[in-house]
Design a protein around this ligand. Structure first.
Ligand code: ZN
Ligand code: ZN
Length: 208
């Protein structure tokens, strides 16, 4: 007997939301260095590796970086609340690498935390697959095989931090212009990559 044909309902976005719901969301609390806000990472279950990378970048790599790198954001920490919710997602429908959520537009989770803690909670989202594919600076002097393999984790680390700090700066200093904030995050990425490559691969990182 022929079964009645199933009615196919395809609503864009529903499948993605449903998948996320089925996979569940995980959370990880990340403590930064001195005076740095706590991060509450919220991410889909399959994104544990990228959450760990961000944890390492924020809790260890950034505090251990030199003053050329860290100093770019020296005035940031005192202008931010003590807790920032960081929503990790694969991609944003708009294609952005990340957003800061201005006061009043935070998720239910961030609003609930703020009322329970009696302290403001800020929120950012980061699109980790878009950040992974992002190449803000062309490579010049590194050999191709290194660019393919050993460089990749360093690039992801620097890029996650660059986008996180970019959005944090928007939250901390809403009056600053996009071009000023973008200029600082490009400089940060370049210096952080140069330092990471020097430390981890013992090579000069040339920018074309
Ligand atoms: Zn966007
Ligand atoms: Zn921006």
């Amino acid at each position: 007997m022929k079964r009645p044909s199933a009615v196919k309902v395809h609503v864009p976005g529903v499948l993605a939301r449903l998948k996320e719901r089925i996979r569940g969301r995980e959370q990880k609390l990340v403590r930064g260095g001195w005076q740095m806000p706590l991060l509450l990472l919220v991410y889909p279950r399959g994104a544990g590796a990228v959450a760990s990378e961000l944890e390492h970048a924020y809790a260890h790599a950034l505090p251990a970086s030199g003053s050329e790198v860290r100093g770019l954001y020296g005035d940031l920490w005192r202008a931010l609340p003590a807790l920032i919710v960081v929503q990790l997602r694969e991609r944003n429908p708009c294609g952005c690498l990340g957003h800061h959520h201005p006061p009043g537009t935070e998720s239910r989770l961030a609003r609930r935390l703020a009322s329970e803690l009696g302290h403001p909670v800020a929120e950012i989202d980061l699109a980790y697959e878009s950040i992974r594919a992002w190449q803000p600076e062309p490579l010049a002097s590194l050999a191709a095989e290194e660019a393919a393999g050993r460089l990749e984790p360093l690039r992801l680390r620097a890029a996650l931090l660059a986008v996180l700090l970019h959005e944090m700066e928007h939250l901390a200093f809403p009056e600053r212009s996009e071009s000023e904030i973008l200029h600082r995050s490009r400089t940060f990425y370049r210096r952080a990559m140069s330092e990471l490559v020097g430390k981890e691969l013992g090579k000069d990182y040339g920018i074309a």
